[in-house]
Design a protein around this ligand. Structure first.
Ligand code: AMP
Length: 189
């Protein structure tokens, strides 16, 4: 089962991805985590993307597509993948379809965590206190939300049209959201 966890920054995608990994043994592929790891290792890629990430902008499609391609190859025997924070543009979504088709599989379900954007800043502030992420500040967060609306939200009608989109209340507590995701996974299409 290949799933996309969809939603704006701080919607709870990472938290739910970890639960899914635990429950099902799927592999979580978070492009944000991969890019932060690249930065942490002071690699050439990390240096290239640092400023873009700190400004809340999106790095180029090709960079994240290559990262995903690499991870799909490394985990070829996986029971399934959870795409977290990817795809974020129509180009990335098309590339993902191709990468999966070349491995005789596809995106099976897209789980959208529907959240009240007005309450996300409080979550981001809390996360900054816990994790110290440089881009979890009000100014950068505002840019990230705009990018989500402009570049990422347009994917929703595409997945809805394909009958793959499941919408879940992401404002409920973690366990309730997780139960709702499990239910969506069991729903046939
Ligand atoms: P995230 O942890 O998913 O919120 O990602 C943190 C930052 O990494 C984003 O604000 C972008 O700068 C960059 N990033 C992560 N995933 C992508 C992606 N799929 N496409 C472009 N940029 C990304």
């Amino acid at each position: 089962m290949n799933l996309i966890l969809f939603g704006p920054p701080a919607a709870g995608k990472g938290t739910q991805a970890s639960i899914l990994v635990e429950k099902h043994g799927y592999i979580q592929l978070s492009t944000g985590d991969m890019l932060r790891a690249a930065r942490g290792s002071d690699s050439e890629l990390g240096q290239r993307v640092a400023k873009i990430m700190d400004n809340g902008e999106l790095v180029s499609d090709q960079i994240v597509i290559d990262l995903i391609d690499e991870q799909l190859a490394l985990n070829s025997g996986a029971a399934g993948f959870i795409f977290d924070g990817f795809p974020r543009t129509v180009g990335q979504a098309k590339a993902l379809d191709q990468l999966l088709a070349s491995r005789a599989t596809e995106v099976h379900k897209v789980i959208r965590l529907v959240v009240d954007e007005g309450q996300l800043l409080a979550r981001v502030t809390k996360r900054f206190e816990e994790q110290g992420r440089k881009d979890d500040n009000p100014e950068t967060f505002a840019v990230r939300l705009v990018k989500y609306g402009e570049d990422t939200a347009p994917l929703l009608p595409i997945y809805a049209e394909q009958g793959k989109l499941f919408e879940i209340d992401g404002m409920a507590n973690v366990d309730v959201v997780s139960d709702a995701i499990e239910k969506a996974l069991k729903t046939g299409r």
